[in-house]
Design a binder for this molecule. Structure first.
Ligand code: ADP
Ligand code: ASP
Ligand code: MG
Length: 592
């Protein structure tokens, strides 16, 4: 019998009437001949209320007790949901994460799922029950209750769909699908009919709160098609699957991470191992680092800038200061009033000028860009928080995201391919479900790097550079910009095809003179190493392992950029092969 997982978010179970409405949806699906597993969130804003209660008692409540507290929200909802189904004359059994056997690691408040037992759920389904699973929670080896991180019920739902080999995973929420950007932030946002896993993975981790990003990691890894739709209307919603909505456009969506903090470490020795020292200490504290930008500087010194969630700034600074004591040099600056604005699209890999268009849109809105990172399918810029909304609107407009695309790809993969599922399950057997998953390491020896140092920090700098570079017919690949707040100057580095190195350096040198920058530098031969997989940003360890492996081999990383599906590092061209071998060795245990 087909099996459907239906997940209901907080707003969709906010009161008893809504609980009854959700119960009816599940019953209807069962009557249509499906086994039904419901995954339910805490009612309304209950989790927030619990967080506030804890904050009234303690500034830093113990994470274990936080999980004990937060998991109660879902326990209330599953019990009421079971009663609702009973009252409508049908069979249902509610289960907590522990009762299902959702085993996680012990990282309280952001635990990762290791395994899920299916026997009990399967037996209850076979007996004619609707199974109601508490979202967001599990237990660790010592039977401590854990939670998966805010918004984690989505991850429970998709993980259950994966292990139960469900035919569909329906996410019922308070919007009628995935939009080009948060419709509450930008009313002109448009619902998309479908979106690819990779795009959704990026958008979710860059601030599109409609889906918990780790749920999309599961969906991609196990090939689970997701259908996001409204619990209030019958509008068709959005399918998240393999293919994008359209390939005619470079950009499919935009997102803002509002509460970011920037940390810059200036004047550290430009030798292998420095970055590793810094980032491994941050990773030890389970802080997720993003927008890592490293730039070669003057006199054997380098600057490293990166962003972390604002609420993790203090913890990060402690870690960085400890690292600098070991490194023996460097100063730290930081700012906690920045936001990250990003665009995402599978189509941008095939088109040039996308980054330039984004920078222009932001600069024409009079907004300064502090940092930039790009990867194959996303571009992120860091702006001051007060301008983030305007930057989002400018970018959404520039890519015409409010308009329907002319051609929409057909929805494929509405059901899972049995053969694929078997293949994936076989490959992942015996591995923790959220374990790091890498599928490729590549070496690209076709590129050169050009960097403009000490560019004055005014709106339009990056836009001017890439306009000129594009006008010279040069195809830019990676772009990174770091920022020195003390001097209000930025370093802008980018890679181009080797045969365009000289032409690019000419353009850069001319611009550096015109705009009174400090100068330029370049490497005519660089090697770009790319590690690809799933959920690489949430697994901070990938960038760290790369830093460690390369530094142990005495290889210096010139530029690095990270995304959910890839981490790219640029090193000296002579060391490309050596770097590839050392990464292959370093990741041998997680390459699948
Ligand atoms: P639930 O409680 O059902 O899990 P969430 O509040 O977690 O619901 O997610 C739904 C919300 O996500 C919407 O109300 C919307 O404001 C927000 N959101 C952010 N980005 C997007 C997007 N790109 N498309 C749709 N909704 C989005
Ligand atoms: N109730 C949890 C939260 O509010 C989990 C969820 O709703 O997904 O974060
Ligand atoms: Mg949610």
């Amino acid at each position: 019998m087909p099996l459907i997982v239906q997940k209901f978010g907080g707003t969709s179970v906010a009161d008893t009437e809504k609980i009854l409405a959700a119960a009816r949806k599940a019953i209807r699906a069962q009557q249509q001949g499906n086994h039904v597993v419901m995954v339910v969130s805490a009612m309304g804003k209950n989790t927030d209320l619990l967080v506030d209660l804890a904050a009234e008692i303690s500034e830093r409540p113990a994470a274990r007790e936080m999980d004990m507290l937060l998991s109660t929200g879902e326990q209330v909802s599953v019990a009421l949901m079971a009663m609702a189904i009973h009252s409508l004359g049908h069979q249902a059994v509610s289960l907590t994460g522990a009762q299902i056997g959702i085993k996680t690691d012990s990282t309280h408040t952001k635990a990762r799922i290791k395994s899920i037992s299916t026997e009990r759920m399967q037996r209850l389904l076979d007996e004619g029950n609707i199974v109601i699973a508490a979202g967001f929670q599990g237990i660790d080896e010592d039977f401590n209750i854990t939670t998966l991180g805010r918004g984690g019920s989505d991850t429970t739902a998709v993980a259950l769909a994966a292990v139960l080999d469900a035919d569909a995973c329906e996410i019922y929420t308070d919007v009628d699908g995935v939009y080009t950007t948060d419709p509450r932030k930008l009313p002109e946002a448009r619902r998309v009919t479908q979106i690819s896993y990779d795009e959704m993975l990026e958008l979710a981790s860059l601030g599109a709160g409609v889906m918990h990003s780790r749920s999309i990691e599961f969906a991609k890894k196990y090939g689970v098609p997701i259908h996001v739709r409204s619990s209030m209307t019958d509008i068709p919603g959005t399918v998240i699957a393999q293919s994008p909505e359209t390939r005619e456009r470079p950009v499919s969506g935009a997102a803002v991470t509002r509460d970011e903090a920037r940390v810059s470490v200036l004047g550290v020795p430009d030798v292998p191992g420095t970055s590793f020292e810094i980032f491994s200490r941050i990773a030890d504290r389970k802080v997720t680092v993003d927008m890592i930008v490293q730039n070669v500087g003057a006199e054997g010194r380098a600057d490293v800038s990166f962003t972390v969630p604002k609420e993790e700034l203090d913890e990060t600074l402690e870690a960085v200061n400890a690292a600098l004591e070991v490194v023996g040099a460097g100063t730290v600056t930081h700012s906690d009033d920045v936001s990250k604005v990003s665009v995402v699209g599978l189509g941008m890999a095939q088109q040039s000028g996308v980054a330039e268009k984004m920078f222009r849109a932001v600069s024409e809105a009079g907004i300064n860009i502090e940092m930039i990172t790009t990867s194959e399918i996303k571009i992120s810029v860091l702006v001051s928080r007060e301008h983030s909304q305007d930057a989002l609107r400018a970018v959404h407009d520039a890519f015409n995201l409010h308009q329907d695309p002319a051609t929409i790809e057909e929805v494929q993969e509405t059901t899972r391919q049995a053969a694929d599922v078997a293949d994936v399950v076989a490959r992942l057997r015996g591995i923790d479900m959220e374990e790091l998953f890498l599928n490729d390491i590549q070496l690209d020896q076709t590129q050169a790097r050009v960097t403009i140092h000490g560019a004055p920090d005014t709106p339009g700098g990056a836009s001017t550079v890439f306009q000129e570079v594009a006008a010279a017919g040069i195809f830019v690949d990676m772009i990174v910009q770091s920022y020195n707040a003390d001097e209000q100057r930025a370093n802008l580095g980018f890679t181009v095809p080797r045969d365009q190195h000289d032409a690019t350096l000419d353009v850069a040198t001319r611009l550096a003179e015109t705009f009174a920058c400090e100068g330029t530098s370049s490497s005519p031969n660089v090697a770009k190493l790319s590690v690809s997989g799933v959920g690489l940003r949430s697994h901070t360890s990938v960038a760290i392992r790369m830093f460690r492996a390369l530094s142990e081999a005495g290889i210096n990383v010139e530029v690095i950029s990270t995304s959910e599906v890839r981490v790219n590092a640029v090193v000296d061209g002579e060391q490309g092969e050596q770097a590839l071998h050392c990464l292959q060795a370093a990741f041998a245990d997680v390459l699948r």
